[in-house]
Ligand binder design. Structure first.
Ligand code: PLP
Length: 409
């Protein structure tokens, strides 16, 4: 552990944001589940692109455009390898997880779902993996059904099995809950879904920065994630889809780049993935994501996992020892996310006191109102850990929670 601590202390220096003070206190950033901080290598890569390489892609007429296209498409190959995709054509660039689910729900959903069909989700989904399905279900007369959770925050797999049937055409679930931290058993749930002939979409927003993703081994049909939760730029994300399925899907948006031929009488569409990428894309988003992948792979997911699990365990022990703290989500297999409340205090008040102490956490419903209803609370305080945090950060959190308790209870 000493070696790991030394390595991650070095890594922390990659994040200048952490050298600042907020409200006169040293910034302790524990909101990585909302967005990760960006390391210098990523910011410098994006900055260099803007300063020296900025040019539109796929327009081919000059040196800079060719170079930008090579960087852009190079990022697609790197992302394909990063998540274990077999073909680069399976990688579609979008704005993020939310747009990714909307793309699949509208393109695949509208052409495959009909009245009476069911879409199975879970009670722990983010609104980004609920609302697009509800919107499509309403249009075609299908129904969204949710599998429940157990009191420890794990998915109720028996309920999931019960709710799967020949009516189920899509199963959409998160690999990791952004509130409970629960890591779902992706291969198992995918296998169960495929047994009834349903397609599977996995929300990878929280998993990509924590552990190795392998879409091929998991056999998922779609996988979506956002770069900003993976040390990369805002406004950029990815849809992975199995090539054979993508090839059957109609475009999501129309415009330049997604076409093969346009006449005033009609249009034929480009091949996948370009069919799904209308208009000028987020070129620096792709380039920055490539740099972010290099950053995390250089550390290695085995080390990231070991380090983050140590922080989670330490934080869980320390917070549990404070009277009146209730923790939500104690699954055996968890990501580095810790949600809690102080019994008798409002989560926003706790969040505000923590902020005054320099400790940045998220307080609210975390875009999971159905989960909050299941937990019987309007919101929680959420601390989430990443590669730049340390045990000292956890100590600062604990000290601030003790202070909040003194002030509020
Ligand atoms: N799904 C999960 C599990 C998330 O944590 C989030 C973001 O918090 C999203 C989806 C939505 O991601 P984005 O806002 O980047 O589209």
């Amino acid at each position: 552990m000493d070696n790991l601590n030394a390595l991650f202390a070095e890594i922390r220096n990659e994040f200048p944001a952490l050298t600042q003070k907020v409200h006169g206190k040293k910034l302790v950033y524990l909101d990585s589940a909302a967005t990760t901080l960006k390391p210098k290598v990523v910011v410098e890569r994006v900055s260099n692109f803007y300063l020296y390489e900025s040019s539109n892609v796929h327009r081919g007429a000059h040196f800079l455009s060719d170079a930008a296209t090579a960087q852009f498409e190079g990022a697609r190959h790197s992302i394909a390898r990063f998540i274990g995709a077999e073909h680069f054509e399976e990688i579609i660039f979008v704005r993020g997880t939310t747009e990714g689910v909307n793309l699949v729900a509208n393109s695949w959903g509208l052409s495959n779902l009909k009245a009476g069909d069911e879409i199975l989700i879970t009670e722990m989904e983010h609104h980004g993996n609920i609302v697009p399905w509800q919107m499509v279900a309403e249009k075609v007369g299908a129904k969204v059904v949710a599998a429940g959770i157990l009191d420890n925050g794990e998915l109720d797999v028996e309920d999931f099995k019960k709710k799967l049937s020949s009516k189920t055409k899509m199963v959409a679930f998160t690999a990791c809950s952004n509130v409970l931290g629960t890591n779902n058993d992706v291969p198992l749930l995918t296998k169960l879904a495929h047994q009834v002939g349903a397609k599977v979409l996995v929300d990878g927003a929280q998993i990509v920065s924590q552990s190795k993703v392998d879409v091929k081994a998991w056999d998922v049909d779609f996988f979506v994630f956002s770069s900003h939760k993976l040390f990369g730029p805002f406004g950029f994300g990815v849809v992975y889809g199995k090539k054979a399925i993508l090839e059957t899907m109609p475009p999501y948006q129309g415009g330049g780049s997604m076409i093969s031929k346009v006449s005033l009488e009609g249009t034929t569409y480009n091949d996948v993935p370009f069919r799904f990428e209308a208009g000028t894309p987020h070129v620096e988003g792709a380039v920055g994501t490539h740099a972010a992948i290099n950053f995390i792979e250089k550390i290695g997911f085995d080390k990231v996992h070991a380090y983050e699990m140590d922080l989670l365990q330490y934080a869980t022990e320390k917070l549990s020892a404070i009277p009146d703290v209730k923790i939500y989500g104690t699954a055996a297999n968890k990501g580095p996310i810790l949600s809690f409340n102080l019994k008798g205090a409002h989560h926003s008040d706790v969040g505000q006191i923590l902020d005054q102490e320099g400790v940045a956490v998220r307080a609210g419903h975390h875009c999971t109102q159905p989960l909050m209803a299941r937990l019987g609370v309007p919101g929680t305080v959420r601390a989430s850990f990443s590669v730049y945090n340390s045990r000292e950060d956890v100590d600062s959190l604990v000290k601030a929670v003790v202070k909040a308790r003194e002030l509020l209870l």
